[in-house]
Design a protein around this ligand. Structure first.
Ligand code: GRF
Length: 221
C-alpha cells in the first residue's frame, strides 16, 4: 500500500514513551499498516522526544505551563493535532486531564491505554491497588476516551495472572510488557475497521488477550 494511504497516527505522551516506542516498532516492521505522523508532549523533559528524534518522527512540545488554563492548552493541542490530519489520536502516558470539549471534538478517534482491567481501578496506583485487594488477575485496557476519565468504551484488554511474589515494581514491568503487545494490536483492529466506538460500546465483555498475546475473548462479530 502506498504511504499516502496508511492510517495516520498522532501520539500524545508526557514521559518515557515505551508504548510510543512499541507503536513505532510495529509501524516500522509493517506489523501495523500505519504511519506515525507526529508526537506531541506537554513536558520538555519527556524521553519520548528522543525516541521521536531517533526515528525521524516530527514532534511538538506544548508545555501546559505556558497556558493559563485547561481550555487554552487544549485549544493549542487541538490545533496542532488537526494540522497533522491524523486518523487516530493515541494517548500513551499523557498525564493531562482533557476538557470535555476537546474529548468530544475527537470522539471515536481518541484512544488511551490504562494499566488496569477497567472498570477496575481507574486513576492512579493501579498496581498497588490490585495487590492490596488480593486480586488474582491484573492487566491493561485500551479504550476510547470520553469525558469521564478512564471510563470510555474498552477496545481490548490484556490480562495476566498476579504471582505470589509480585510487588508493585515487578507487576508494573510485566504490565508494560502486556501493554507493548496490546496497543499495536488495538490500533491494528481500528485501522482494519474490526472495531469502532459504537461496537466497542456494545461489547458486554471487552475483547481480551492473555499475557502471551493469544486472543481469549474475541471482538463482536
Ligand atoms: C503506561 O503504563 C500506560 O498504561 C499509562 O502510562 C504508562 C506510560 O508508560 N497510561 P510509557 O511512557 O509508555 O512507558
Amino acid at each position: 500500500m502506498a504511504v499516502a494511504n496508511k492510517a495516520r497516527l498522532v501520539v500524545l505522551a508526557s514521559g518515557n514513551g515505551s508504548n510510543f516506542q512499541a507503536i513505532i516498532d510495529a509501524c516500522e516492521s509493517a506489523r501495523l499498516d500505519a504511519e506515525m505522523v507526529l508526537l506531541v508532549v506537554n513536558r520538555p523533559d519527556a524521553y519520548a522526544l528522543e525516541r521521536a528524534q531517533k526515528h525521524g518522527i516530527p514532534s511538538s512540545l506544548i508545555d501546559h505551563k505556558d497556558y493559563p488554563d485547561r481550555e487554552s492548552f487544549d485549544a493549542a493541542l487541538a490545533k496542532t493535532i488537526d494540522e497533522a490530519r491524523p486518523d487516530w489520536i493515541i494517548m500513551a502516558g499523557f498525564m493531562r486531564i482533557l476538557t470535555d470539549g476537546f474529548v468530544e471534538r475527537f470522539r471515536g478517534r481518541l484512544i488511551n491505554i490504562h494499566p488496569s482491567l477497567l472498570p477496575k481501578y481507574p486513576g492512579m496506583n493501579t498496581h498497588a491497588r490490585a495487590l492490596e485487594a488480593g486480586d488474582l488477575k491484573h492487566g491493561a485496557t485500551v479504550h476510547f476516551v470520553t469525558p469521564t476519565v478512564d471510563a470510555g468504551p474498552p477496545i481490548v484488554q490484556g490480562r495476566l495472572e498476579i504471582l505470589d511474589n509480585d510487588d508493585v515494581e515487578s507487576l508494573k514491568q510485566r504490565i508494560h510488557g502486556v501493554e507493548h503487545r496490546l496497543y499495536p494490536l488495538a490500533i491494528d483492529w481500528l485501522v482494519k475497521g474490526k472495531i469502532d466506538f459504537e461496537r466497542a460500546q456494545k461489547q458486554t465483555r471487552p475483547a481480551a488477550v492473555d499475557a502471551s498475546g493469544t486472543l481469549i475473548v474475541p471482538t463482536p462479530p
